[in-house]
Write a protein that binds this ligand. Structure first.
Ligand code: EPS
Length: 390
């Protein structure tokens, strides 16, 4: 129903995204998208690149006078760092001593374990992995956050809200979390690692600092929380219509994410059924659940409870104290290449997680409610909600 594509290399001129299928009349301001892009750039543990970039979106199509018009939306984000890579990343062929030196300086022949470097070199039959890492880089997630901001703007027309918080980082777990989701969201936004537990935040910051000094990196787990979803999005009718499967694929597609859980996830496998499944109760005369271990999804369909999706991110694979590797050019043992990078990007990954979850939900919403304008969709949503058994 909805589709998007991104393009762009990490140190190329720009990132671009095209989004198709959004209805007309979604209020969208570049300013709002830029706030989302700034959230992705923050987080204790980010590297020097984030001091260079100030991600901002330019709309090229699909939006007029602050609203979508139903046609494809094209967006453009400049890589400021391109100014420092102009010769090495030039789309035009380059010749001459200066260009050759610049291209040589950016040559990359010692693959980093854990990165796409070696797998990409084998796939494309190259020795210099510059072309591989440029696209495999998580820089691409800036474009996804811009796309996700459109999906969020669409969903917010119907009262759906999305946020994320970091629940683990380098083995430190958030334990004292506010019970109210509004407080949880605020506490996460106030934390430099987007973790709603202040004590855990302090311990995570300290660990990031110590790990960075040691030349190492850290991973962790983020959780995306969605409120305001009606029951009935997604379907158990086919494997690829199951919303949990779509969410898992979308979150797993984020660079360095190695695991996805819905609700209590893997923990459900260790508990008896009576400690997993959420009792159905009547609350003030309405159908409700007394717990939310399922994370808002049963049978691949939303059940009206808040949606909870977690992503586990492995540590960044660029280490200042590099791991053993092999120089593909000289075929000798060598430490892997070190190029400026982040110590930890889990808080940023949570923001990207929000974008990917928003995208999947916008798609499920469009599939269930159809419509070409917000007014038309709202009428369908209102009619559906009125018809729900209470
Ligand atoms: C990345 C390496 C670093 C990160 C980058 C992702 O970039 P650089 O090599 O230019 O220092 O900062 O992330 C971003 C640029 C971004 O916008 O998130 C990598 O190899 O994946």
């Amino acid at each position: 129903m909805l589709r998007f594509l991104t393009a762009g290399e990490s140190h190329g001129p720009a990132l671009v995204a095209i989004v198709e299928g959004l209805p007309a009349d979604i209020p969208v301001l570049a300013e709002t998208i830029n706030l989302g892009l700034a959230r992705r750039q923050q987080g204790h543990g980010r590297g020097g690149r984030m001091k260079i970039e100030t991600d901002r979106v330019d709309f090229l199509s699909g939006i007029r006078l602050g609203k979508t018009i139903g046609s494809p939306v094209a967006m453009h984000l400049i890589n400021k760092d391109y100014a420092n890579w102009r010769l090495a990343m030039s789309p035009e062929p380059q010749a001459g001593d200066e260009a050759e030196a610049a291209i040589d300086k950016r040559k990359f022949t010692k693959p980093r374990p854990g990165h796409a470097d070696l797998a990409g070199a084998q796939k494309y039959g190259v020795v210099d992995m510059r072309n591989i890492l440029e696209r495999a880089s998580a820089r691409e997630t800036a474009a996804r956050v811009a796309v996700g901001a459109l999906a969020k703007a669409y969903l917010s027309c119907f009262g759906v809200q999305i946020f994320s918080h970091v629940v683990r980082l380098g083995g430190i777990a958030a334990t004292a979390l506010p019970a109210s989701l509004t407080e949880l969201q605020q506490a996460a936004e106030d934390s430099v690692v987007r973790c709603a537990d202040p004590e855990a935040t302090a311990a995570m910051v300290d660990l990031i600092d110590r790990t960075g000094k040691a030349g190492d990196t850290l991973g962790g787990v983020f959780e995306v929380v969605v409120t305001g979803l009606p029951p009935g999005l997604g379907s158990y009718g086919q494997w690829d219509k199951r919303l949990d499967a779509q969410l898992a694929a979308a979150v797993m597609s984020i660079q360095a994410v190695k695991g996805v859980e819905i609700g209590i996830g893997f923990e459900a496998a260790d508990r008896p059924g009576s400690k997993v499944h959420d009792p159905i109760v009547l609350r003030e005369g309405e159908l409700a659940r007394s717990s939310n271990n399922a994370g808002g999804l049963e049978g691949g369909v939303t059940n009206g409870e808040p949606l909870l999706v977690r992503g586990a991110m492995k540590p960044i694979s660029t280490l200042r104290q590099p791991l053993p590797s092999v120089d593909l050019e000289s075929r000798t043992a060598t430490p892997s290449h070190f190029e400026r990078s982040d110590v930890c990007a889990v808080p940023a990954a949570g923001v990207v997680g929000e974008a990917m979850v928003a995208w999947v939900l916008a798609n499920a919403w469009a599939e269930k409610f159809g419509g070409d304008s917000i007014a038309e969709i709202l009428a369908n949503v209102t009619q559906y909600k009125a018809s729900l058994p209470h």
